[in-house]
Design a protein around this ligand. Structure first.
Ligand code: F0G
Length: 399
């Protein structure tokens, strides 16, 4: 069953629907509540389909590139520096380099079940890269709408190379999403933005894996960047489903981090509001989360309030220095948006909102190579010399 999160109206799992027909609110898939023990997961391959009993699609139709099962790295050095017990969930290790692959694997599986031939999305980049790859694998036509000039190079290359029809929109992500939703409502394509509740059913596996990685325990806190607000809602749904199944005793505090120039959710939490005021002209170096009117805002706010969590803003400078800190202290290369989680952690510890010694999992959502330009611009140019041992010796011994 698909259910409206506001009025509770119910829809069939096979109805193509993105918003409630009664009240216009967002929808979610009712938990399946399978009668299984967590022992069934034990000998299975480490992909998100390890937890297939909790995935509301036909197992025989699965379209997969073996997404999920991403590294869960204990970060002792950075944790000591920040004063917390820190783990990082490295979503850049997914097939196309971001967590979106989890949502697209199940989204394209659902599209296959429904027999659709054309899929589409609006995107700040990663969603389009992922959709293009999974649509190719399933033999579907793919249309992506991207905000002109605001998509990082790696993501654009992926969407184009996997054969999507890439359309550059003279406008921002929010405008592109409104346009593609219009196309979907006219039946021109099956929409695979996170307004489609099946997307979140894949992404909830990040929550499954974190508690599995910790030996069936919840961390004190999960911190992640928030853009369109699907992922924080999905991870919360995942940990709640495992809690309800009796696999874990406690629940984590969900903590969302936004860029200062695109922070409607953090501002709503600051003002203790249940609804956001959209940001008109969102701006940040972290183009992945350059979003002013997140479609899953209601779900995200619910996750933060229900879990007694937090939301915080970080500046572009804080994001870029956290990106470098993670890369140089722990060897984990992430794109700017992902580093917002580390920047947010640092700020929340400094302001005393996170206690010293808390067990914290930061979800880093996309790979460093997604945005090579920002990475190169943050570094000094390499020196150029002849391949001469004396000249090289001088250079390597200089500061
Ligand atoms: N991190 C990265 C690397 C992202 O690409 C996104 C979203 C987010 C965080 C935020 O996740 O939207 O679920 O709150 N990217 C979308 C896209 C909007 O089009 O690729 P969210």
């Amino acid at each position: 069953m698909i259910r409206c999160i506001s009025c509770g109206a119910e829809y069939d799992l096979n109805e193509i629907i993105y918003n409630c027909k009664e009240c216009g609110s967002v929808l979610e898939v009712e938990p399946l509540r399978p009668d299984v023990s967590k022992d069934v997961f034990e000998c299975r391959k480490s992909t998100m389909w390890k937890y297939k009993e909790f995935m509301p699609v036909d197992e025989s139709k699965i379209v997969s590139l073996q997404e999920g099962g991403t590294p869960f790295c204990k970060c002792q050095k950075l944790g000591d520096k920040l004063g917390v017990d820190l783990y990082v969930k490295v979503e850049g290790s997914n097939p196309t380099g971001s967590f979106k692959d989890r949502g697209m694997s199940i989204g394209i599986t659902k599209a296959t079940e429904l027999g659709v031939s054309t899929v589409g999305c609006a995107s700040t980049g990663n969603t389009s890269a992922s959709l293009a790859a999974y649509a190719a694998r399933a033999g579907m036509k793919c249309i992506v709408l991207l905000p002109s000039g605001k998509v990082a190079l790696g993501k654009l290359a992926q969407a184009m190379f996997h054969g999507a029809k890439v359309i550059s929109i003279k406008g921002n992500f929010d405008e592109a999403l409104e346009a593609v939703t219009g196309l979907a409502l006219e039946g021109k394509l099956y929409l695979l933005n996170s307004i489609n509740p099946f997307r979140l059913e894949g992404q909830k596996s990040i929550g499954f894996e974190i508690v599995d990685d910790l030996g069936w325990k919840s961390p004190d806190r999960i911190i992640l960047p928030v853009g369109n607000a699907g992922n924080i809602s999905a991870i919360w749904k995942g940990v709640k489903e495992f809690h309800e199944a009796g696999f874990i005793k406690d629940l984590p505090r969900m903590t969302g981090i936004q860029a200062e120039g695109a922070a409607p959710i953090a501002h709503a939490v600051r003002d203790k509001k249940k609804e956001i005021v959209p940001v008109e002209n969102p701006e940040t170096v972290a183009t992945a989360i350059r979003i002013g009117a997140p479609v899953s805002a209601t779900k995200a706010l619910r996750a933060i309030y229900e879990s007694d969590g937090l939301a915080e803003t970080v500046t572009d400078d804080e994001i870029l220095s956290a990106q470098k800190l993670l890369a140089r202290t722990e060897g984990i290369g992430v794109e700017p948006a992902s580093a917002a989680s580390i920047a947010g952690l640092k700020k929340l510890v400094e302001t005393g909102s996170i206690d010293k010694g808390e067990q914290v999992v930061c979800v880093v959502t996309g790979h460093l190579l997604k945005d090579p330009n920002t990475a190169i611009n943050a570094c000094e140019k390499p020196v150029e010399v002849e391949a001469d041992i004396n000249a090289l010796s001088r250079i390597i011994s200089s500061k």
